[in-house]
Design a protein around this ligand. Structure first.
Ligand SMILES: [Fe+2]
Length: 540
């Protein structure tokens, strides 16, 4: 007997280290059934939130009672033995349990002729559950050792459960912490990425990439208000193509929609099940038809005004978690700040462009017969640059160069006022100084440093016969080689008081003839390919 108990105790001790709860309970039950003539055993876990004992596992229970067991939680308030077990953490033995009012009435028939032992599962001084074991009343009563053994089993099972819960909790906490750290790092990355972007589209692109990295969702749409109307400014759909009505630049009605609500109230609006909304507005209906079930609309607020809405949608109903909403609100406020900065930058840039245009107009004012020349050179030069596949930054710079290429004529034109019939460089030598004078006028302006070479060298010839420096071929800055072609073409087709303008075809022929001598042949090729075609079309 001693040996048997020793073996059992060893096996019991092992139970505490088993990691799988089912194994723990199953092993305990088999052990009890084989050694203590237990007829059946029931395990309940105490649910602290609901304050009841929830059925967990039943072993050896007659088939017809399994469903009853599984569907019957035990309330300590209704069963005094459980209440006292929670308080005293002690076991209880009920002989002739079928007749006892201490057991649940539904089980009395099952317990007829049985002795019931209720043992608490205690770990870390807390009752985690209880084990009921039943055996026939005709068997000899439990010995103290027998009861101790069952209590040890229950305690070991409890310790396992406790370890498992602790492990789960630790794991959950670790996962949550890791998620939070990841979210914070991603938020920081989004912030850096979008606050360093000065283009609206770059901001949207970076924000959407960031959102997708931390929050699983099927779509991200950004809507912005412009003069009382609403337009889609960014629309990204994960698995499918964007619905036609939600493509960028589409105008939308926000009437009776989640986005409209966020827009009007300046507060986040969340929809758990889009399909359940009675009479949805135009936008919500489009989203619902596109398969969106959960929706989050966060206002983009800048200087106390709602300027737009950031929307996230998912195909699963149930909405977005609170923490996700919080993160999206943070991203929305970063987007708002970045958009405000981008707008300030755009305003400053257009102020600068306007100033540059005024300077160019000043040239025209001095020489009315060349009116619009600078602007046309600007457009032709930009077209050539695009045709050559140059960057947008280059195109921006060459526009300014085109606009200002003759700015140096301002001072010289004063002297020409009395000689309107003589204007060309050949007929009036001081005119050859205008590139250098232009550089002198513009060089104090920090933002114009990049275009100074184009101003200085736009009268250089590809064969080296130009001025002011006689540069040759690739020595001439590319900006200047492009402006030279645009300038010569527009000068030829324009009417002057002393000459009739060439036809487009004739001017184009002269330019082509000058390829390799006056002009860069590559620039001439691109000019012919696209620009000449465009001009012919637009002049017809
Ligand atoms: Fe010029």
């Amino acid at each position: 007997m001693q040996d048997t108990f020793g073996k059992m105790l060893k096996r019991v001790a092992r139970l505490g280290s088993l990691s799988d709860l089912d194994d723990v309970i199953k092993s305990s039950s088999i052990l009890l059934k084989n050694t203590a003539n237990i007829r059946w055993a029931l395990v309940y876990f105490f649910d602290r939130e609901r304050h009841d004992f929830a059925p967990a596992r039943g072993y050896g229970l007659p088939q017809r009672y399994i469903r009853l067991f599984e569907n019957t939680p035990l309330h300590p308030d209704k069963l005094p033995i459980l209440k006292s077990m929670l308080l005293k953490k002690q076991h209880l033995l009920i002989t002739d349990a079928g007749a006892s009012d201490m057991v649940h009435p539904a089980f009395r028939k099952l317990l007829s002729g049985l002795t019931l032992l209720a043992v608490p599962m205690v770990a870390r001084d807390q009752v985690l559950g209880t084990v009921f074991v039943a055996r026939h009343a005709s068997l000899p009563p439990y010995t103290e050792k027998g009861i101790e053994l069952i209590k040890d089993m229950a305690s070991n099972a409890a310790i396992s459960v406790s370890h498992m819960r602790l492990y789960d909790e630790t794991l959950d906490t670790a996962i949550n912490l890791a998620k939070r750290v990841d979210t914070i790092l991603t938020l920081d990355e989004i912030n850096k990425a979008i606050s360093s972007s000065l283009s609206r589209y770059k901001i949207f692109e970076k924000a959407i990439q960031g959102i997708e990295g931390i929050i699983p969702c099927a779509m991200v749409v950004i809507i912005q208000e412009e003069r009382g109307e609403y337009f889609v400014t960014a629309s990204h759909w994960k698995d499918e193509s964007t619905p036609p009505l939600l493509r960028p630049d589409m105008r939308l009605s926000l009437f009776q929609s989640a986005a409209g609500n966020a827009m009007n109230n300046g507060k986040t609006h969340s929809v758990d099940t889009l399909g359940k909304i009675q009479k949805p507005g135009h936008l919500d209906r489009i989203l619902s038809e596109a398969g969106i079930a959960s929706l989050l609309a966060v206002p983009l607020v800048s200087r106390d005004k709602v300027k737009g809405v950031l929307m996230l949608g998912d195909r699963q109903p149930g909405g977005f978690a609170r923490e996700e909403t919080f993160v999206i609100e943070k991203i929305a406020s970063q987007i708002s700040v970045a958009l405000e900065n981008a707008k300030l930058y755009e305003d400053m840039r257009s102020l600068f462009i306007n100033t540059v245009s005024s300077l160019a107009n000043a040239i025209d004012a001095k020489s009315p017969w060349t009116k619009g020349h600078s602007e046309r050179v600007m457009n032709i030069a930009a077209d050539i640059a695009r045709e050559m596949g140059l960057s947008e930054l280059f195109v921006e710079q060459i526009k300014i160069a085109g606009l200002l290429h003759d700015i140096g004529k301002i001072g010289i034109l004063e002297a020409l006022l009395e000689k309107p019939d003589k204007i060309s460089d050949e007929e009036f030598p001081p005119m050859r100084l205008h590139p250098e004078k232009g550089v002198a006028i513009l060089s104090p302006i920090q933002q114009l440093q990049e275009v100074l070479p184009a101003i200085r060298h736009h009268h250089e010839r590809y064969d080296g016969g130009g001025y002011p420096d006689g540069l040759k071929g690739e020595e001439i800055p590319l900006q200047a080689r492009i402006v030279a072609v645009a300038d010569a073409f527009d000068a030829m087709v324009s009417e002057r008081p002393y000459k009739k303008g060439y036809t487009m075809q004739k001017a184009l022929k002269v330019i082509e003839k000058g390829a390799g001598s006056q002009f860069d042949p590559v620039v001439v090729d691109c000019f012919r390919n696209r620009v000449a075609g465009n001009l012919t079309l637009s002049m017809k």
